[in-house]
Design a protein around this ligand. Structure first.
Ligand code: SF4
Length: 217
């Protein structure tokens, strides 16, 4: 019988354009792992909280390879909620893919293969999950990694600016600011960043603009 860590519960594997981060716009295969211990109030992937199907890592690799695409993003849910995710990331790197992971910031990222680009959320008070942030993760971020703050309000923006200052985040890694969809006006956020001369990257979720958040796109 195969060991449990060699199987992962998967919600979907699909080919699309990367909607966020510094690789935005690049064709990418998404491997969406099932399950998340958080409940952010703006979550747009609640369908990944449960269900899914068990796949061996070999089978995931075959499915990914069939799309003939260099970039692979492991996402969720919270992909690191499944211990086998670390093996999956390493196997994808070994197979020659350019691999990224989207994680909530609530799980230890230290064991992630150093070849993987980590896009880690910091949850703001407006997410209603701010107490889940694992700030010890900040020590493991590389210059090529990214911190993502989804902002719900001016209060969230001010909170995130103070955090950047407190932890010197702009010296450690790249920081992305996104408006929570339908909650914070994107133009307002863009204006605040310019007014404050803040060296963060403003981003909109490309897949929502192109496909209105259709599942599997
Ligand atoms: S961490 Fe991500 S998947 Fe989990 S509840 Fe928050 S937004 Fe949804």
């Amino acid at each position: 019988m195969k060991r449990q860590e060699h199987q992962l519960r998967i919600t979907e594997i699909f080919h699309s354009l990367q909607g966020e981060s510094t690789t935005v716009g690049l064709p990418t295969v998404f491997v969406r792992l099932t399950g998340c211990p958080l409940r952010c109030q703006y979550c747009d992937t609640a369908y990944a909280f449960s269900g899914g199907n068990l796949f061996a890592i070999d089978s995931i690799l075959q499915t990914v390879a069939a799309f003939e695409c260099r970039h692979v993003c492991v996402t969720g849910g919270e992909p690191l909620a499944q211990p086998g995710c670390f093996d999956l990331l390493t196997r994808l790197c070994d197979a020659g893919f350019l691999v990224s992971i989207e994680t909530s910031g609530a799980r230890d990222i230290a064991p992630i293969d150093s070849r993987v680009m980590v896009v880690m959320d910091i949850k703001t008070p407006g997410s209603l999950e701010v107490d889940k942030n694992l700030f010890s993760n900040l020590a493991y971020l590389k210059p090529s990694d990214q911190i993502k703050c989804v902002l719900c309000s001016r209060a969230d923006y001010d909170w995130a600016c103070a955090l950047i200052q407190e932890y010197g985040l702009l010296e450690k890694t790249q920081v992305l600011f996104s408006p929570s969809w339908n909650e914070l006006n994107p133009t307002e956020l863009a204006n605040w960043i310019i007014e404050d001369k803040l060296s963060v990257r403003f981003q909109l979720q490309l897949h929502k603009i192109l496909w209105n958040d259709e599942r599997g796109r």
